[in-house]
Design a protein around this ligand. Sequence first.
Ligand code: SF4
Ligand code: SF4
Ligand code: SF4
Length: 179
Amino acid sequence: MARFGMVIDTRKCVGCMDCVVACKTENGVPDGHCRDWISQRLQGEMPDLRLTITSERCNHCDSPPCVTCCPTGASHVQDFGKVVLVDHDKCIGCKACLAACPYGARFIHPDGYADKCTFCMHRVERGLAPACVDVCPTRCMHFGDLDDPESEVSRLIATRRHFVLKPDAGTRPRIFYLE
Ligand code: SF4
Ligand code: SF4
Ligand code: SF4
């Protein structure tokens, strides 16, 4: 059984926001909300400063507090790919998951349910890559099965220095950034 994740090469990302636009278009994300976004961090000390750009979204955490806090079971981990999803019909819009997520990955959709990145399961189930991965002009994003040692994502993590966002939060995120 697959366990999907992403590997994003920060040395190739230019912060063009094509991933953000592609996600909004592909998923009909309502005005004023985004399922993915670009962050910039200044790292190092003068004069060795480095700007790190990260394309961010739900990390589909292995220990997702958004799932354990949900009172209705709407937030869940689906079997296929161990992807964290929201069942719109079960969600009562209580925002407990928005408060629990350390990454600010969720928002309340105007229709009243919690929404966020789905890893584009509607595309992956048809053998396609997520829209943001597909559209990236520098090919800096990779998607695949972290439990398959032969997958591209597993090989990149095994051979390149990488980091995850907020490792101290204990969520075990599944988006890895190559340094
Ligand atoms: Fe849940 Fe936030 Fe982790 Fe996504 S990033 S699985 S919304 S805790
Ligand atoms: Fe669960 Fe919906 Fe409440 Fe989030 S907003 S905790 S998905 S019922
Ligand atoms: Fe948006 Fe799909 Fe990329 Fe998630 S995987 S950020 S839903 S385009």
